[in-house]
Design a protein around this ligand. Structure first.
Ligand SMILES: Nc1ncnc2c1ncn2[C@@H]1O[C@H](COP(=O)(O)OP(=O)(O)OP(=O)(O)O)[C@@H](O)[C@H]1O
Length: 272
């Protein structure tokens, strides 16, 4: 029997024509997404573009209508158990239990992720330290601030040291100080454990500050993917991510053109 270790995949996420329809309406339409190991990847797009639907499929919560996806080298359709073990997921809505302390929430996650009993206390201690919640560990989560709750949820979803952390709008509703602390923690996770991170956001500042790569979804299609600098440069020398986003949203108003047309027009306008 071949006992050599499995080759490491080049991409932590690789989808091939991945699609999801509700009735006859495509919510995610033939998406080819690639996220490299150790990347922080931001998924942006207008409301209803398909971001949540895409991440629900990648986290095995929603079955695809067609296409394929591989997470950490595992086939989403045939190896969903392995996929689940390889990921952590922080949903948009509050997932920590307010009636439990921070420590108890983490203990619950440790059991859920089948972390051996002998390792639980050390893992929880480390997670509390990493998220700056040691002092607050014995307080009920319902008394935590929004930022502390988010950090607790990230700690819970990474207790089993997943290779991929998926977060749906992780900083929505947070003040700038709390938001910066979440960003710091995300960077720290990647630096310490090499965790790959996929997040959705509506905040372009978050993409600029945190993401190595960004993908733009529009009407279910991945219309652009690259570094923030590449996407900005494709619009013009002084373009911001807001300009990039506006170019995509502009497509709504101009059914006769497509995104690339708009991009080309803007590039000509800037250079001309
Ligand atoms: N369970 C469902 N049943 C029917 N349609 C759905 C369902 N979930 C999502 N949709 C539709 O699929 C499309 C994509 O929705 P989705 O929530 O993935 O978008 P989103 O980009 O995450 O939006 P937002 O930024 O507002 O969170 C929308 O048209 C939405 O109405």
């Amino acid at each position: 029997m071949d006992t050599s270790p499995l080759p490491k995949p080049n991409f932590l996420i690789e989808t091939k024509r991945l699609s999801k329809s509700f009735g006859d309406r495509p919510a995610v339409d033939q998406v080819d997404l690639r996220v490299g190991a150790g990347e922080i990847f931001g998924l942006i797009g207008p409301n209803g573009a398909g971001k949540s639907t895409l991440i629900k499929m990648l986290t095995t919560l929603l079955p695809p209508t067609s296409g394929d996806a591989f997470i950490a080298g595992f086939d989403l359709r045939r190896q969903s158990r392995d996929v689940r073990a390889a990921i952590g997921y922080v949903p948009q809505l509050v997932s920590a239990d307010g009636a439990l302390t921070g420590y108890e929430n983490l203990l619950l996650s440790a059991r859920l992720y089948l972390i051996p009993r002998s390792e639980r206390a050390a893992r929880i201690k480390e997670a509390l330290e990493m998220t700056g919640l040691t002092e607050a560990a014995d307080r009920l989560a319902q008394h935590y601030s929004g930022g502390m709750l988010r950090r607790l949820e990230i700690a819970q979803s990474t207790l089993h040291r997943p290779r991929l952390l998926v977060m749906d709008e992780p900083t929505v509703g947070l003040d700038p100080v709390a938001r910066d602390m979440v960003w710091d923690h995300v960077r720290d996770l990647r630096a310490r454990l090499g965790t790959t991170i996929l997040l959705t956001t509506h905040v372009m500042q978050e993409v600029d500050a945190l993401c190595d790569k960004v993908g733009i979804l529009h009407r279910g299609k991945l219309v652009e993917s690259g570094t923030p600098a590449e996407l900005k440069a494709s619009i013009g020398p002084k373009a911001t991510l807001d300009d990039v986003f506006a170019a995509v949203a502009g497509k709504e108003a101009d059914a006769s053109g497509d995104y690339r047309d708009i991009r080309q027009t803007r590039r000509s306008a800037v250079s001309g």
